[in-house]
Design a protein around this ligand. Structure first.
Ligand SMILES: [Mn+2]
Length: 334
């Protein structure tokens, strides 16, 4: 069984592990938007009695590592490239960032797997690397040129490759786990490049574009803010926030996604970074993070009020900004 992240790097990493084992695994991604397994997912996972479990592109809680280790009767290995956590005790973990390897091998989990299994820089490697780092890789850089060389050897255009990176990301963006599972079944039987012609993914592309359009239609300009408030399943907050920012980087770009059981908060500004806000928020037990000029948080309804107060005090006040009443009114659970 391969438990894997539901984004492009996670999907490509799961496919590398399938190749390396030379067997058909069960693919078991957690629900999109979640970085842990729900209680029913854990129950299902145990009931499948896997002989071996491989974890790709995710770091879990200590308790969850032990759960997977127990469920696989010790036949458990984790492959990852995220930093900022301790090596879980008694767990086989392959992660150069945690184990003091070369950070250059930690671009993506596909890069970690390439090194670990002595593989070539193939399509799966590049899909993971580009999924995680492509948006911040400048044209003309060494990595970008290496990608072009690879694509030339494959006889493919850069545009086809970029679309493939996006297609592997689409199923999770719908917010529906069954779509990720459908993708994993499809890629067992066809060549990855063939996905570009699959009807299903063209439909998903339209579904996500429609969700982006309708969310954007609610765009508000208030004071120094440009803000979007939306609800529903699609996981499009980070993309929306990046789009708003690109359009007008002088404004504070705010995206608030009411997901029913929780609220996703996204803020991107030229005046980031937000180390004080993120440090204080995580110190108080909020699920918050970010790097550079973006901060994100997933808040339970009962946490919204105290998180927004923290944000006003630690970030807005020092900049002399007051949260406009019209925006305050739109934040659910406040
Ligand atoms: Mn990754």
């Amino acid at each position: 069984m391969v438990v894997h992240h539901w984004d492009t790097d996670g999907v490509a990493s799961a496919l590398i592990l399938r190749e390396e084992r030379g067997e058909e695994p069960l693919f078991f991604p957690p629900s999109p938007g979640r970085y842990s397994l729900t209680a029913p997912e854990r129950e299902e996972l145990s009931s499948l009695s896997p002989r071996e479990i491989l974890l790709a592109d995710m770091n879990l809680s200590q308790e969850e590592y032990l759960f997977l280790q127990r469920t696989a009767q010790g036949n458990f290995t984790a492959y990852d490239h995220h930093g900022g956590y301790r090596a879980p005790e008694g767990i086989r973990l392959i992660n150069p960032l945690i184990l003091g390897g070369d950070p250059g091998d930690a671009l993506s989990t596909t890069a970690v797997l390439r090194r670990h299994f002595s593989r070539s820089e193939d399509l799966l490697y590049w899909l993971g690397v580009w999924g995680d780092t492509g948006f911040k890789t400048p044209d003309g850089s060494e990595r970008s040129i290496a990608l072009d060389r690879f694509l030339e050897s494959e006889g493919r255009e850069r545009s086809e490759f970029l679309r493939l990176v996006t297609l592997l990301d689409l199923p999770y963006r719908t917010g529906r786990r069954e779509m990720v599972l459908l993708l994993m079944e499809r890629v067992r039987t066809i060549d990855l490049w063939e996905l570009l012609k699959e009807e299903l993914f063209v439909r998903l592309e339209e579904e996500i574009e429609e969700a982006l359009r309708s969310a954007e239609a609610s765009l508000l300009h208030e004071g120094p803010f440009q803000a979007v408030f939306f609800s529903g399943k699609p996981l499009i907050s980070s993309q929306l926030c990046r789009t708003l920012y690109a359009r007008d980087p002088d404004r504070l770009s705010l995206v608030v996604h009411d997901r029913g059981e929780d609220l996703q908060f996204y803020l991107r500004t030229r005046t980031g970074p937000f180390p004080e806000l993120i440090g204080e928020a995580t110190g108080r037990g909020f699920s918050a993070g970010g790097k550079g000029d973006v901060v994100g948080a997933v808040l339970k309804p009962e946490e919204v009020k105290s998180f927004i107060t923290l944000w006003e005090n630690l970030f807005l006040k020092p900049l002399g900004i007051e949260l406009p009443w019209e925006l305050k009114r739109r934040i659910p659970y406040l």
